[in-house]
Write a new protein. Structure first.
Length: 294
């Protein structure tokens, strides 16, 4: 898949999930209009939609239809949005800008932001639970594990504990495998589970791919925090250094970090071999992850 075709495909999938998320909120009665507005601000205002893109690409590679993939694609984005709303809070990263807009606690208030994040997380599980998919238990279990103490939340705890410290490459990889990688793995697995049974050997290939791209994605994020600008990133650049957070560029240098990300992408592409030609869009998406500018 060439760059032009990839750009068009990603844009189409972003538009698809955006339209369905918009319809999800448009069709809901809101007991608290302020809470509903904060939720919308957290999920509908911009975003790369990387995790839904992975749901679609992984599911299609194993034969799922777009209609079947819509619900897990929306659910994974709702979980991601909730995590950003909470990560931006004063008690966490204390960020003022997200996706080029004020963070939810700045646009509304801290209490409303906490409630909006809670509600987005619950809505994700509500959507999956009501889907009626034959592998419902596996899908809910995968999403819950990735979002909770053994995944994203555990990774955030490690991230907070690491401020001012000097972990080695292995410890840094462990932190990112939980904080960022777990939800990326869940996105790929949800796409796969939409199409095939849990014992299908291609799911193992998809998981190996997802493990590699999860870390590559975070390394590139670390690089962008050093090399990017606030206007392009949609959030404050240089924030990691300002908070004395350990990053791959601080550990390996910029060149070393870029080399490590590139090696992980090649590892990810190699893992897709059992999928054959249907896995090609996933390979193109892996390369996009370390070429993006935000």
């Amino acid at each position: 898949m060439n760059a032009e075709a990839l750009t068009a495909a990603l844009a189409a999938d972003r538009a698809r999930v955006d339209a369905r998320l918009e319809a999800l909120f448009a069709g809901r009665r809101a007991p608290s209009p302020r809470l509903e507005a904060a939720m919308r601000h957290g999920v509908l205002v911009g975003g790369k939609r990387l995790r839904p893109l992975l749901v679609y690409a992984a599911g299609r590679a194993l034969g799922a239809t777009d209609a079947a993939l819509d619900t897990p694609a929306m659910a994974i984005e709702l979980i991601h949005a909730y995590s950003l709303v909470h990560d931006d809070l004063p008690a966490m990263d204390d960020d003022d800008l997200r996706r080029g807009q004020p963070t939810v606690h700045r646009a509304y208030d801290e209490a409303t932001a906490i409630l909006a994040g809670d509600a987005l997380q619950a809505l994700a599980f509500e959507m999956i639970a009501r889907s009626g998919h034959p592998r419902l238990a596996a899908m809910i279990g995968s999403l819950a594990e990735a979002a909770g103490r053994d995944g994203m939340v555990g990774g955030q705890a490690l991230d907070l504990a690491a401020v001012g410290g000097h972990p080695d490459a292995e410890a840094l990889a462990t932190m990112h495998a939980h904080k960022t990688g777990a939800l990326i793995r869940a996105a790929v697995r949800l796409g796969g589970l939409t199409a095939v049974a849990e014992d299908d050997p291609r799911l193992a290939a998809l998981d190996a791919y997802a493990r590699a791209i999860g870390l590559a994605f975070q390394i590139h994020d670390d690089v962008l925090d050093v090399t990017g600008d606030t206007a392009t990133l949609g959030k404050a650049s240089g924030a990691d250094a300002a908070r004395d957070k350990p990053t791959y560029p601080s550990l390996l240098g910029l060149a070393g970090a870029r080399d490590r990300a590139a090696a992980l992408v090649e590892e990810a592409v190699a893992a897709l071999a059992p999928l054959g030609a249907p896995g090609a869009p996933l390979g193109a998406l892996a390369r996009y992850m370390i070429e993006r500018d935000h």
